[in-house]
Design a protein around this ligand. Structure first.
Ligand code: SF4
Ligand code: F3S
Ligand code: FES
Length: 245
């Protein structure tokens, strides 16, 4: 009986030049895409470049595009894919390729530095309620896989990396803005530096998030409301100022 095999088509190359190369991999029960690539590395192409660390969906390193969908390769089971056709594995499209499946995601860390850090309100005593914890906890589940950044059309198709921070950083900003002890407003930063207005709520980011963070509904929309309040509703702004004084 011939051993069951999967056919992979894996991008090999760099940002100048590259092409899909085909490999046959013996199927093992429970195998994920990352296992299949490790088999290729072990037996056929020791120079295949992949970034990974945990193989447990927690480090956010193994992001790639599997059959055109942004996925964590360690969480994508081979038997969830149609095996009568090749499995196509490409690097994330929104970031420059370094080699094969490894992309340069350092732009994200530059965006991160634009975010005003947590600043506690002085002299406030606060009882932390479970709902305060839950609200922020959702955002803190982010593993920085950058799949949401990769799929957002503002970055992927329109290349607005200069003006737009992307969904991952709206999530981070929301975790700070919704912290009950934080005392700064990030409305100007969101509008001018992270370009929140460029997001037109397509929700593609939310669909691909492996941590099931409700990026659009729970982070982006409340942040948009804050920006609108501060920029277009001077009365609301005044009331808030008086309240927090
Ligand atoms: Fe990944 Fe979700 Fe974090 Fe985006 S918000 S980087 S998709 S875990
Ligand atoms: Fe992009 Fe998500 Fe907004 S995909 S346009 S950040 S809702
Ligand atoms: Fe850590 Fe996939 S290897 S998330």
């Amino acid at each position: 009986v011939p051993m069951a095999q999967a056919t992979l088509q894996v991008f090999r190359g760099d940002r100048e030049d590259g092409k899909a190369v085909e490999y046959q991999v013996p199927l093992v029960p429970g195998m994920v895409v990352l296992d299949a690539l490790h088999s290729v590395q072990a037996h056929q192409a020791p120079d295949l470049a992949i970034r990974w660390n945990c193989k447990a969906g927690k480090c956010g390193s193994c992001s790639a595009e599997v059959n055109g969908r942004p996925r964590l390769m360690c969480k994508t089971r081979i038997d969830s894919l149609p095996l009568d056709q090749p499995i196509i594995i490409f690097p994330m499209k929104a970031f420059p390729v370094i080699k094969d499946l490894v992309t340069d995601v350092s732009w994200n860390f530059k965006v991160n530095r634009k975010i005003t850090p947590f600043q506690p309100r002085p002299g406030v005593e606060w009882k932390m309620y479970q709902r305060d914890v839950d609200r922020v906890q959702e955002f803190r589940k982010c593993i920085e896989c950058f799949l949401c950044q990769n799929v957002c059309h503002v970055l992927r198709e329109h290349h607005k990396q200069e003006e737009f921070g992307g969904p991952r950083f709206f999530v981070r900003t929301a975790s700070l803005e919704m912290h009950p002890l934080d005392g700064v407003s990030r409305a100007r930063m969101l509008k001018e530096e992270l370009g929140l207005g460029l997001c037109n709520i397509t929700k593609c980011c939310t669909e691909v998030c492996p941590e099931d963070i409700h990026i659009t509904d729970n982070a982006i929309i409340p942040l948009k409301e804050r920006v609108v309040d501060e920029y277009y509703d001077p009365l609301l702004m005044l009331i808030r100022k008086i309240r927090s004084a």
